[in-house]
Write a protein that binds this ligand. Structure first.
Ligand code: ATP
Ligand code: ATP
Ligand code: MG
Ligand code: MG
Lengths: 225, 225
């Protein structure tokens, strides 16, 4: 489903250059479940942002479902992202002035789903992450783990082909974390491709394969668990 | 150092009331190191905000260093918070338009430390958390774990009597997480009181005592490790 070749990402800050990615080549088959690990600052979120069509590499190629992403203009890029990819952000990125419910509805608004269907699907998803009774709360009125679960619900609601989850269990206790992993697992069994960044030893080998990044490059890429 | 009796916190949202804390009584001696655990939404951050003089309880009393905090006006409250307490927030709460360095300097600005001393101490603290080369980056130009470490550095920089750390290692790999725990440990040996909320099994029993919250109340409070 994805094929990256020689991805680099360089941030320029005045006279300084930060090489966040220094040549990443990775192939993922549809239906795989990958864990991405590595030290803080090694480039995991940067890689996820490129794979998730939220950012463009400095050099290198990225094929998603056999299409070269660098050839797309911003509108087509956003369209692929909305329709095919669900992204759980490391820092949640919920809209502060919208309720949990409206936050979860948002990808469906872009996707043109009618209001009643949106609301129903969003409520069902909030129920699945245990937050049916928090639907009206805004992010500031939710605990850290509740915000994280709203971000997870939002990523699943358009039934994407691929889910990118950046540290999805970091703020969750073991029981709720296991429930979320259970959801990702059944989605994966139903054919959804999952790429998960994690530092959490409790979920690190959930998928069959582990990629370790170090200093912006792939250090290892092995079958596990 | 702290004594809470019957703390409650109720959020009113229109017709609905959320009882985040339903009667928490806790005594902590100066120099202790406590872990606070419990399910997502159980009231841990709410309790930390009250103990950290960032919020007031609905009912109940809170004595910090033998002073009843409810008797203080907002200015005195803020003064105690700035001088005696270092807070690492679950969602970091860094100022987006300031660099890492300026974010770490901020508590010293309130504390009236002169500019050169501030800068020097802030740089030293960033070095201790491994971010000397990221001093000029703003939060959006930092990885999740780097933002978390800036939040940690900021909490330590006024040499507080008590550190409240809400999920301090959630975004950190094992090596960096262990370094942070090492810092907290040596501060504790030097007499600093530490209260740490965590879901991370790798650090859960770092202190000698574990308090478990459930539904806004203390479920257990035991010696561990
Ligand atoms: N401003 C608010 N208005 C309404 N309800 C709130 C508000 N802040 C928190 N809550 C609710 O209070 C409860 C306790 O929240 P708190 O942030 O203390 O939980 P927590 O134990 O820190 O959870 P986590 O492990 O997910 O961080 C949650 O159910 C939350 O929805
Ligand atoms: N906008 C930016 N400008 C400059 N440097 C950046 C920017 N964004 C990220 N960086 C740098 O790029 C490097 C990689 O960042 P990235 O967020 O991908 O790390 P990560 O592996 O996700 O780390 P963590 O585990 O801490 O979340 C970091 O050293 C970071 O400081
Ligand atoms: Mg990251
Ligand atoms: Mg919390």
């Amino acid at each position: 489903i994805i094929e990256t070749r020689g991805l680099t990402k360089t941030y320029r800050m005045g006279a300084v250059e930060v090489d966040a990615l220094r040549g990443v080549s990775l192939g993922v088959e549809a239906g795989e479940f990958l864990s991405v690990m590595g030290p803080s600052g090694s480039g995991k979120s940067t890689l996820m942002n490129i794979i998730g069509c939220l950012d463009r590499p400095t050099t290198g190629s990225y094929l998603f479902e056999a299409r070269e992403m660098s050839g797309l203009d911003d509108a087509e890029f956003a369209h692929v992202r909305n329709r095919r990819i669900g992204f759980v952000f490391q820092t949640f990125n919920l809209l502060p002035r919208l309720s949990a419910l409206k936050n979860v509805e948002l990808p469906m608004v872009y996707g043109g789903v009618p209001p009643n269907a949106r609301r129903e699907r969003a409520l069902a998803m909030l129920e699945r992450v245990g937050l049916a009774d928090r639907a009206g709360h805004r992010p500031m009125e939710l605990s850290g783990g509740q915000q994280q679960r709203v971000a997870i619900a939002r990523a699943l609601v358009n039934e994407p082909a691929m889910i990118l989850a950046d540290e999805p269990t970091g703020n969750l206790d073991s029981r709720v974390g296991a429930e979320i992993m259970g959801m990702l697992d059944s989605l994966n069994k139903a054919g959804v491709t999952i790429i998960m960044v994690t530092h959490d030893p409790r979920v690190a080998d959930a998928g069959g394969r582990r990629v370790i990044l170090k200093d912006g490059m792939v250090e290892s890429d092995e079958a596990v668990g």
